[in-house]
Design a protein around this ligand. Structure first.
Ligand code: ADP
Ligand code: ZN
Ligand code: ZN
Length: 725
């Protein structure tokens, strides 16, 4: 047989695939890992096509070194998905593959064990034996377990009870493989409320076709309970369910709930905290159809699932679905693409949906399903703004807030002081009249750059000097939002010496184990005052937490990023949802200089619908997403001048195209210095009337970008649908 051409995606930072020759290639080798010569060394890549002919004459192609045939090939729909990701996010395919594929799978010694993993159940003989047994044995213990809790995967039983005992019970005929649909058995599920039932009825109609749903339900309305019923239905149909959750911090709780609910199903959990071996193993179990439920963070959207029947995206608005380095994909958006590709329903759930999804529901692209009341009787917390304009603050905290914490302490309950760090690009403001450093040319706010003492608009690049006094009222005390909260923890400890103050942020909870330990500590009531950042806003239940005080909220109100107010609203709704989830009623205080701002008014009324309508109207006026589509071209260099010069060339190359596609390409803007990397950053914004126009433009432009020779040490990337502008 003559040599054939294989096209290989390699993990190299150029947008190109590479052709090699190989003997005895079959269609089955598509999607297999392959070792090839590259430059002076070797690399491992993935076979992404078996083209009829190569771009180069075949004689000039090198032969592959080895094709890895021990592990199963990645399926065609998976290849289609990584190819789409590479195209949409303008990223080299080989790097997308390298990210999406667990490292072990790329190696030749890959993953062992592709045997079937049946559900074992007790046989009638077994039940009889159990009744008659006099003495206990390992095999009998297994039997009893299956009789009491229903069928269980062989692999799980082996792990828990020992392989010998399982083999023994099988040999005696006490246990045997049962029906696959048994994986849908449910343990300890509460009866659904009427509202949940109605929602479930609508969502269940979606099975068997691409149907996007937006499940909008207030915190505690029982969305998770509804997902679990849907998952059950999917499994009962012999399908797999993919559940995406925002962050590693949230997975342990949900993982326990899912595994407990489906004792016979194989639940695979995938997140960045996993060891490499476990990640590869879970990936293969999913790919071979042995996993019933895959629960994971954004990366798990790339899990191959041959029997996929349902996708759930929990907290769909969460910013952590967007990856901020490397391949800058959005897992929620890719999940929608995947649901369409596989013709399965997808449920996006949130108490505070993203404005993109809300708008999609407004325009009928998604079907909206609502849960308006809490599943277990508990009233929503009372929310009110605290006007700090005329109050002297102690390291950023008002007397109002301190007194509320004091009352909470006296009642023996927990309080949370929530520090809003998001949108902390320093925008100047005046404490007496509320003036903020708005850009005179567009709807954005100007950001303070202390390095060269300028105010800069990150949207249109307009610049000015820093005013010495407020241009409106003359107050000389103008300052950036968000100062003076650093010593918050100490301030609280000094005011309440008898209280146990616990700080919860990324430093205190770096690993999953640390985070779980903290959660348990709080759950046991071993802390009185919690001081936390965004991590605390996520869905945890702390029954004794009844008061939440919010600092620095205003910095998001007037941030340079147009999405900051949306995030703030979502976050405050979520934080508010933490207060008073148990029997005790909750209270939320938000410190602000703008107590009459519509955002706070809507928050007081728990009115997401009105807030979303107001924001969408603003976005429409300003032509921000979802009424436009954006991309950022970012460059970093040791000196910002180098980055600006390169971006200038990139912009020049874009201008003829921009006109053809109806796209606007703004001037490059220097960003504030990145302290860590000791590099300076600049970026330019591309604004298109919609995603199709943006995609068409980017496809052409990125080709040109690769051909502009960057100066030494300059790095650049495109960020499509950036989370922050
Ligand atoms: P959400 O995901 O909307 O925040 P959950 O599904 O986590 O809500 O439910 C909130 C709380 O209410 C959980 O403790 C859950 O066990 C409970 N719950 C949900 N649905 C019901 C129900 N139908 N009956 C009793 N308790 C319920
Ligand atoms: Zn501007
Ligand atoms: Zn003023």
């Amino acid at each position: 047989m003559s040599a054939l051409v294989v096209r290989v995606a390699l993990p190299v930072p150029i947008p190109q695939v590479f052709d090699y020759t190989a003997e005895n290639i079959t269609q089955g080798d598509l999607g297999r890992c392959v070792r090839v010569p590259f430059g002076r060394g070797e690399k491992t890549g993935l076979i992404v096509a078996l083209p009829e002919s190569a771009d180069l004459p075949v004689e000039r192609l090198k032969p592959v070194i080895a094709i890895q045939r021990e592990a199963p090939a990645l399926p065609a729909d998976w290849l289609a998905m990584v190819e789409f990701t590479a195209r949409y996010y303008q990223h080299p395919l080989g790097e997308v593959v390298a990210m999406a594929l667990p490292p072990r799978l790329r190696k030749a010694d890959a993953v062992a064990g592709t045997e079937a993993d049946p559900l074992l159940e007790a046989t009638p003989e077994g039940r009889e034996a159990l009744n008659e047994a006099r003495r206990d044995s390992r095999a009998l213990a297994i039997l009893r377990r299956l009789v009491e809790h229903g069928p269980r995967r062989r692999s799980l039983l082996r792990e828990e009870e020992g392989a010998l005992a399982v083999a023994d019970a099988l040999k005696r005929g006490w246990i045997a493989p049962g029906a696959a649909a048994d994986a849908a058995l449910m343990d300890g599920a509460p009866e659904l409320t009427a509202e949940q039932q109605a929602a479930l009825a609508i969502l269940s109609e979606g099975f068997g076709s691409f149907r996007p749903f937006l499940l909008a339900g207030v915190t505690g309305s029982g969305k998770t309970e509804v997902y679990l019923r849907l998952v059950q239905q999917a499994i009962a149909q012999g399908r797999q369910a993919l559940i995406l959750v925002p962050e590693i911090a949230l997975t342990p709780q949900l993982e326990g709930r899912v595994a407990g609910r489906f004792p016979s199903a194989r639940v695979v959990s995938l997140h960045s905290g996993l060891a490499e071996g476990a990640r590869s193993q879970g990936f293969v179990q999913a790919m071979e159809g042995r996993a019933d439920i895959v629960l994971g963070t954004r990366l798990s959207v790339f899990t191959p699932l041959p029997r996929l029947g349902l996708i759930v995206v929990d907290e769909e608005h969460d910013a952590s679905y967007k990856q901020h380095e490397g391949v800058r994909y959005n897992a929620r958006d890719l999940a929608i693409w995947r649901a369409r590709q596989c013709a399965v329903p997808i449920v996006l759930g949130s108490a505070t949906p993203s404005l993109e999804s809300w708008h999609a529901a407004d325009t009928g692209r998604y079907r909206r399903v609502e849960l308006a009341s809490r599943a277990v009787a508990a009233t929503l917390p009372r929310v009110r703004p605290v006007d700090v304009r005329r109050e002297k603050l102690q390291h950023g905290v008002s007397e109002h807030l301190l007194r509320a914490i004091g009352r909470c302490l006296e009642r023996g309950e927990q309080s949370l002081v929530f520090l809003n760090r998001r949108g902390y690009a320093p925008v100047l403001s005046c404490p007496s009249c509320g003036w903020v450093s708005r850009c005179p040319h567009c709807t954005a706010n100007m950001v303070l750059h202390l390095a060269d003492k300028r105010l800069r608009c990150h949207h249109c690049s307009h610049e000015s000097t820093i005013p010495l006094a407020c241009p409106d009222c003359g107050d000389q005390d103008i300052q950036p939002f968000g100062r003076g909260t650093q010593r918050l923890e100490e301030t609280l400890a000094a005011r309440f010496p008898q209280a146990r103050v616990l700080r919860i942020d990324r430093d205190a909870a770096r690993t999953r184990a640390q985070w779980e330990a903290l959660l348990e500590q709080i759950g046991r009531g071993e802390a009185d005052i919690l001081v936390g950042t965004q991590m605390m806003a996520k869905g945890h239940d702390f029954p004794r937490l009844t008061f939440v005080g919010v600092l620095n909220a205003d910095s998001s109100l007037f941030a340079a990023d147009f999405r900051a107010p949306e995030r703030l609203f979502q976050q405050l709704m979520q934080v508010g949802g933490r207060a008073g989830r148990g029997e005790l009623p909750g209270e939320v205080m938000v410190q602000t200089q703008y107590p009459d701002h519509p955002l706070y008014k809507c928050l007081e009324a728990h009115d997401f619908v009105r807030y979303a309508a107001l924001q969408l109207e603003e976005r429409k006026q300003a032509r921000f997403p979802p009424f436009a589509a954006n991309a950022l071209l970012c460059a970093t260099a040791p000196e910002v001048a180098g980055a600006l010069a390169w971006l200038g060339e990139a912009r020049a190359a874009a201008l003829p195209l921009a006109q053809a596609f109806g796209v606007q390409v703004f001037d490059a803007v220097p960003m504030r210095m990145l302290r860590l990397a000791r590099r300076e950053r600049a970026q330019l914004l591309v604004e298109a009337p919609g995603r199709p126009a943006l995609q068409a433009f980017l496809a052409e432009w990125s080709r040109l970008l690769w051909s502009i020779r960057p100066p030494r040490e300059l790095r650049w990337h495109l960020d499509v649908d950036p989370a922050e502008v």
